[in-house]
Write a protein that binds this ligand. Structure first.
Ligand code: ATP
Length: 362
């Protein structure tokens, strides 16, 4: 249906001065590929909405440039940018019909009536709201999830080159949110529109994105596929923001750390730490701790005692304690956890490939 553009954000900064000084964005540069589903992820107040509003042309940056392909759109008004938006505060008209809401953006551009009708049909089918059933219902007669589908249909009706979404599903319950995330992914694939999605929810970001950028205090921390960012976090902030993490602080001497009964040669994890002396933060996700030995590869083993088991359905969280200096959490299939006894010592195995090392805490 539509063809997306590449979106380049170059060294964008924005400071608000109206409620004291807030440096909302500090030199942000990102390249979002044509046809990509890209997420901007970060905690509340990190600058996500500010960045999206600048891409939309609703706000001017203090410094920096926005390009759509080779065109500099930094000072181009929103209505000339060929974008579709689904923002938290960009409400539908509740007293008007679905048809009127979707057609609105097309009517203001003076499209002929039969074109508009065809287009409304097409986008309502695309978001799975059959025209015959829904077109003449009023917005207030729809569920929250259906209303978001209408908002998506309206955003897509003008064949945008870029689709911008700011936490569009955050007010919906979990099941509806999951369903809409799947729908959005499908829609995005079918239309090929370059899509930029803002969220503070790491699970949403991981389910949805081709790639994502993690932002903190107006600064990009890392860009990558969900898998890269989850498995190879660039710093401790990203590591802990993206999911549950065990972080052990230890002292390295000549590139070797002693953890309880186990010695870890840090250079087998990362060349950077060969011969390193100083503090090191060792990071490992709970699902990378196992209770069965590895048949090959390099691994560490630790003897720890089981403090508690938290049943989560298919998985169980096992809380492990190394008497004072070391406590860890493991996430294992529940059938494996059943074999473990509380207060008993067990041997825990960690593949060195699954460790990530940091030399500073931030
Ligand atoms: P959230 O997830 O809570 O919406 P966000 O990551 O989208 O947050 P922004 O809304 O971009 O963050 O805000 C970034 C920072 O700028 C915050 O500290 C916020 O308080 C501040 N800010 C945003 N808009 C304004 C404004 N109009 N005037 C002054 N400060 C602002």
């Amino acid at each position: 249906m539509s063809r997306g553009v590449e979106v380049r954000i170059r060294d964008v900064s924005k400071t608000y001065l109206d409620r004291g000084r807030t440096d909302a964005l500090r030199g942000v540069s990102l390249t979002i590929n044509r046809g990509e589903l890209f997420t901007i992820l970060g905690p509340s107040g990190c600058g996500k909405t500010t960045l999206l509003r600048i891409i939309a042309g609703l706000l001017l940056p203090d410094r920096g440039r926005i390009f759509f392909d080779d065109e500099d759109v930094t000072y181009k008004p929103t209505y000339e940018r060929d974008i579709g938006m689904v923002f938290q505060d960009l409400a539908l008209f509740p007293h008007l019909t679905v048809y009127k809401n979707v057609a609105f953006g097309l009517e203001v551009t003076g499209r002929p009536k039969d074109y508009i009708e065809r287009k409304v049909r097409e986008v309502l089918e695309l978001v799975r709201l059959p025209y015959e059933v829904y077109a003449h219902r009023k917005i207030q007669q729809l569920s929250g999830g259906q209303q978001q589908r209408v908002a998506l249909a309206r955003a897509l009706a003008r064949d945008p080159k870029v689709l911008l979404l700011d936490e569009p599903f955050s007010h919906l319950d979990y099941k509806v949110r999951l369903e809409l995330i799947r729908e959005l992914k499908r829609l995005q694939r079918e239309t090929g529109v370059t899509t930029i999605y803002v969220t503070h929810d790491q699970n949403e970001a991981m389910m949805l994105s081709d790639r994502l950028a993690v932002i903190r205090d107006g600064v990009v921390q890392q860009v990558g596929t969900p898998d890269e960012v989850y498995r190879r976090p660039a710093n401790m902030f990203v590591a802990t923001f993206l999911g549950e993490a065990n972080v052990v602080r230890a002292r390295a001497v000549d590139g070797v750390v002693e953890l309880k009964n186990s010695k870890i040669d840090l250079s087998t994890v990362s060349e950077r730490f060969r011969g390193y002396t100083g503090d090191v933060w060792i990071f490992v996700r709970p699902e990378h701790l196992t209770f069965s030995p590895f048949s090959n590869g390099k691994y560490a083993s630790l003897k720890l005692s089981v403090v508690d088991k938290v049943f989560l359905g298919p998985l169980t969280k096992v809380i492990l304690d190394g008497y004072g200096d070391l406590s860890l959490e493991a996430l294992v299939p529940s059938y494996e956890a059943q074999k473990l006894q509380e207060k008993k010592e067990v041997e825990v195995f960690i593949s060195l490939d699954d460790l990530v090392l940091f030399s500073e805490e931030a």
